[in-house]
Design a protein around this ligand. Structure first.
Ligand SMILES: *[C@@H]1O[C@H](CO)[C@@H](O)[C@H](O)[C@H]1NC(C)=O
Ligand SMILES: *[C@@H]1O[C@H](CO)[C@@H](O)[C@H](O)[C@H]1NC(C)=O
Ligand SMILES: *[C@@H]1O[C@H](CO)[C@@H](O)[C@H](O)[C@H]1NC(C)=O
Length: 364
């Protein structure tokens, strides 16, 4: 089984970490083939408490853990808020990413998985599946609660995001498979055994001939392109979800609302997100004024318990008190009428009965 170093940078993500770590831990991949590389600094929240609690309980299960958790420092020079990315912040992150890349190259790792902690890998087969695909650089297409995702289908001449016609169909899985794209980020698996990946870098100063912005992911994407390596995004399965990044002036509590919205999104296709009991104490709720209605009702057919459960889970997430009313099941009514008619008449077969019974209903 291939060895993987998972590199995780954490900053002010105490609210997403309980989910992130719970999903990470549930990956169906031998933990003794996984090493973790974790860096966290300049937090104003409890990120490090969450990491320490989780690491203390589980780190012995992994092949090795390289973690540096720094409690001092709260903001970088020029930062105006948690979601603000001045140059100093890129200059802080770039050497960290570069260091993960070097660590992975010079240790036993076959793969480096660069994974952001606002990504929820809900599909436990993700790592196995991505390794099996044998691409030099591959990312699972991640869903958000909007048009945001972790891949681009177009890059402008200035190396920024450019929307193209391919984006929508891949995002919405109208087209399914694996696609070459100019950018993947947030969850990127790199096959380090491929020689050409030796020249990959996050550092604009290392990349000869690079004229783009000081930005870790753009530099990395360009370095892949300049090394002749495709970046691939796969949407053949639903692999996971990603938080929409905050805008520059958004306060940190706005991220709790985004988190709740993403949890609702997760409920559409799968079971509710579960947090490891060990981390439950760190789960935080979005505080918003209640929706100003007196009473909410749900009408649901008894024979669709899947829908009922999904809606009840959503109401719970929204802290909404809802009264559920069983719908009148048209199909059952019809069956009762048909069997009644059958008992009265003979000589008609079932489809004729149905037609006879349906006629007045259609007219109505
Ligand atoms: C990169 O992707 C393109 C388009 O999918 C493909 O034609 C090409 O062969 C790929 N290159 C390599 C080196 O795999
Ligand atoms: C890496 O870059 C150097 C300098 O540009 C080049 O000579 C070398 O062939 C590249 N190596 C690979 C494996 O692409
Ligand atoms: C590199 O970028 C150019 C221009 O966008 C593109 O045509 C080419 O296919 C890319 N090569 C790889 C290997 O991604």
């Amino acid at each position: 089984m291939e060895t993987v170093l998972i590199a995780i940078l954490v900053r002010n993500k105490g609210h997403t970490l309980p989910y992130f770590l719970s999903y990470l831990h549930k990956l169906d991949y031998p933990k003794d083939r996984i090493s973790l590389w974790i860096r966290s600094d300049h937090n104003i929240d409890d990120s490090i408490d969450v990491l320490e609690k989780w690491l203390n309980a589980y780190k012995h299960l992994y092949h090795s853990v390289h973690s540096v958790l720094e409690r001092q420092g709260s903001s970088l020079r020029g930062e105006e808020g948690v979601a603000h990315w001045p140059l100093s912040r890129y200059r802080h992150v770039i050497p960290l990413r570069e260091s993960a890349l070097h660590t992975a190259r010079y240790m036993w790792a076959d793969y480096l998985w660069v994974l952001d902690c606002d990504v929820f890998i809900t599909n436990p087969n993700t790592l196995k599946e991505l390794v099996r695909k044998k691409f030099p650089i591959v990312a699972p297409a991640l869903r958000s609660d909007g048009l945001y995702s972790n891949f681009w289908c177009g890059m402008s001449n200035e190396f920024y995001y450019m929307r193209t016609e391919d984006y929508g169909p891949i995002l919405n899985r109208k087209k399914k498979g694996c696609f070459s794209v100019p950018m993947v980020h947030s969850s990127v698996l790199i096959d380090l055994r491929i020689k050409a990946t030796d020249n990959l870098t996050y550092d604009p100063q290392t990349l000869r001939g690079y004229s783009g912005p000081v930005d870790d992911i753009i530099t990395f994407a360009r370095s892949a392109n300049m090394s002749g390596i495709n970046m691939t995004v796969c949407n053949d399965e639903i692999y996971g979800y990603v938080m929409v990044p905050l805008e520059k002036d958004d306060p940190i509590h706005y991220d709790l609302i985004q988190l709740r919205n993403l949890k609702l999104e997760i409920l559409i296709d799968g079971p509710p997100p579960e947090v490891d009991p060990l981390l439950e104490q760190f789960v935080r709720e979005a505080h918003e004024p209640p929706i100003p209605v007196n009473k909410t009702f749900m009408i649901n057919l008894r024979r669709r318990p899947d829908r009922r459960t999904r809606m009840l889970n959503s109401f719970e997430e929204l802290r909404l008190e809802v009264e559920t009313i069983d719908a009148v099941d048209g199909r059952q009514v019809l069956e009762v009428i048909i069997s009644y008619c059958k008992s009265r008449e003979t000589g008609l077969d079932e489809s004729e009965h149905k037609l006879k019974v349906l006629e007045p209903i259609y007219l109505f």
